[in-house]
Design a protein around this ligand. Structure first.
Ligand code: UT7
Length: 325
C-alpha cells in the first residue's frame, strides 16, 4: 500500500560571525575554560551582532536548506519556526522569514517548546503533511538566546549561544514499512509542574519585559537523561524499531555529559552520536537542525540511515523523532 511519508529533502544552517571562546567569560565572571569544558563540553559559541535578529538567522538557514534541497522558495507552502526568542512578541518569526524569502502564498507560524522546539515543529510539520495541508514545509529552529542571558549569572551565561538550522520536509510516497525514508514516528511530552527548573523571569502578560533565563541546572540534568532515553525508546517502539537499528543519534546539544549519559542508557556507542555542543553551545531549538545540517554537510549520513533525534527543555517539554534519511 502506498502512503505519504514526510522526507527531509535538504538541510542548511547559519551561525553568526562572532565566535566567543570560553576564555572570554573568565574576564568578567568567576569561571574558567576548565570548568565550562569539564561540566558541559562547551568550548565556544556564536553570538548574534547588534541588529541581527532571530528572523535573519532563520532566513539564512532557510536559504541554505532550499539550496541544498534544490527547491525554490515559491515551491514552499508552509514555514514553521521553532523559537523562544522571537523578533517581536507578534507576529510569528515564521511570517518574517516567509517575507524575507519572498513567499506570498501558504502559511507560516511559530512553535514554542524551548529546547524541544525543533522536535515539536518536526512532529507538527509531519502531521500537516500527512493531513495533506502542505506538500513542502520549511522547518526551522532559530534562536538568539544571548538576548535573554543574565550576564552576571555564571551558571547560565556560559552555556548558551545563537544560531539557526533548517530543513525542507517534503511529502513523498512510501510503502508503509519502517524501511521507508522520512519521518517514521514521533513521541512528544510535557509536564508543566516543572516550570521552576527552567524559565525566563519575564513575559508580556506577567511583567511586560523580556526577562532573563533562570535554570536549576543540576535538577534539569537529573530529569534529562532519564526522560530522553524513555522518549527515544518510545519513538523507536512506535516504528517497531529498537536502538540496535539506529545509525545516528542527533541529540539536543545542551551538555556533553547528558549526550553521553543518554547514549549509554540507549546502549549506543558515541561513534554513532553527532556532537556539535563544543562549537555551538546550547542553541535551544536551533541545536538539532544545526547538528543535523553540520553532519549532513560533512557527508556523514547515507540515504536510508535511521536517525534518532531527541531533546528536552523548559516546560519541561521533551520528545523524540525517528526518521530515515
Ligand atoms: O537545554 C535545556 C536543558 N538544559 C540542560 O540540559 C542543562 C542541564 N544542566 C547542565 O547541563 C548542568 O547541570 C550544568 C552545566 C548547568 C551545571 O553542571 P553541574 O555539574 O550540574 O554543576 P552544578 O550546577 O551542580 O554546580 C557545581 C558548582 C557550584 O558550586 P558549589 O555549589 O558546588 O560550590 C556552582 O556554583 O559549580 C558552580 N558553578 C560554576 N563554577 C564555575 C556554576 N556555574 C559555574 C561556572 N564557572 N560557570
Amino acid at each position: 500500500m502506498k502512503i505519504i511519508r514526510p522526507v527531509i529533502r535538504g538541510a542548511g544552517h547559519y551561525l553568526p560571525a562572532r565566535c566567543v571562546e570560553n576564555s572570554e567569560f573568565a574576564t568578567t565572571l568567576d569561571t574558567s575554560d576548565e570548568w565550562i569544558v569539564s561540566r558541559s563540553g562547551i568550548e565556544r559559541r556564536h553570538i548574534a551582532a547588534d541588529g541581527e535578529f532571530t528572523s535573519h538567522l532563520a532566513t539564512h538557514a532557510a536559504r541554505a536548506a532550499l539550496a541544498d534541497a534544490g527547491v525554490a522558495a515559491d515551491e514552499i507552502d508552509a514555514v514553521i519556526v521553532a523559537t523562544s526568542t522571537p523578533d517581536y512578541t507578534f507576529p510569528a518569526v515564521a511570517t518574517q522569514v516567509q517575507a524575507q524569502l519572498g513567499i506570498t502564498t501558504g502559511f507560516a507560524f511559530d512553535i514554542q517548546a524551548v529546547c524541544a522546539g525543533f522536535i515539536f515543529a518536526l512532529a507538527n510539520a509531519s502531521g500537516l503533511i500527512l493531513a495533506q495541508q502542505a506538500k513542502r514545509i520549511l522547518v526551522i529552529g532559530a534562536e538568539t538566546f544571548s538576548r535573554i542571558m543574565d550576564p552576571t549569572d555564571r551558571s547560565t551565561a556560559v552555556l548558551f549561544g545563537d544560531g539557526a538550522g533548517a530543513i525542507v520536509l517534503e511529502a513523498q510516497e512510501g510503502s508503509g514499512a519502517n524501511t521507508d525514508r522520512g519521518v517514521l514516528a514521533c513521541d512528544l511530552n510535557s509536564d508543566g509542574r516543572y516550570l521552576d527548573l527552567l524559565y525566563v523571569d519575564g513575559g508580556v502578560s506577567r511583567t511586560g519585559t523580556a526577562g532573563c533565563l533562570r535554570m536549576q541546572g543540576r535538577e534539569v540534568f537529573r530529569h534529562a537523561v532519564e526522560k530522553l532515553a524513555t522518549t527515544a525508546q518510545a519513538a523507536l517502539a512506535k516504528a517497531d524499531l529498537t536502538a540496535a537499528d539506529v545509525d545516528w543519534v542527533v541529540p539536543h546539544q545542551a551538555n556533553l555529559r547528558i549526550i553521553r549519559g543518554t547514549a549509554q542508557k540507549l546502549g549506543l556507542p558515541m561513534e554513532r552520536v553527532i556532537v556539535t555542543v563544543q562549537d555551538h553551545g546550547n542553541t535551544s531549538a536551533a541545536s538539532i537542525p544545526l547538528a543535523l545540517s553540520v553532519a549532513h554537510a560533512q557527508g556523514r549520513f547515507k540515504r536510508g540511515d535511521l536517525i534518532l533525534t531527541e531533546a528536552i527543555g523548559g516546560g519541561l517539554s521533551w520528545g523524540a523523532v525517528a526518521l530515515r534519511w
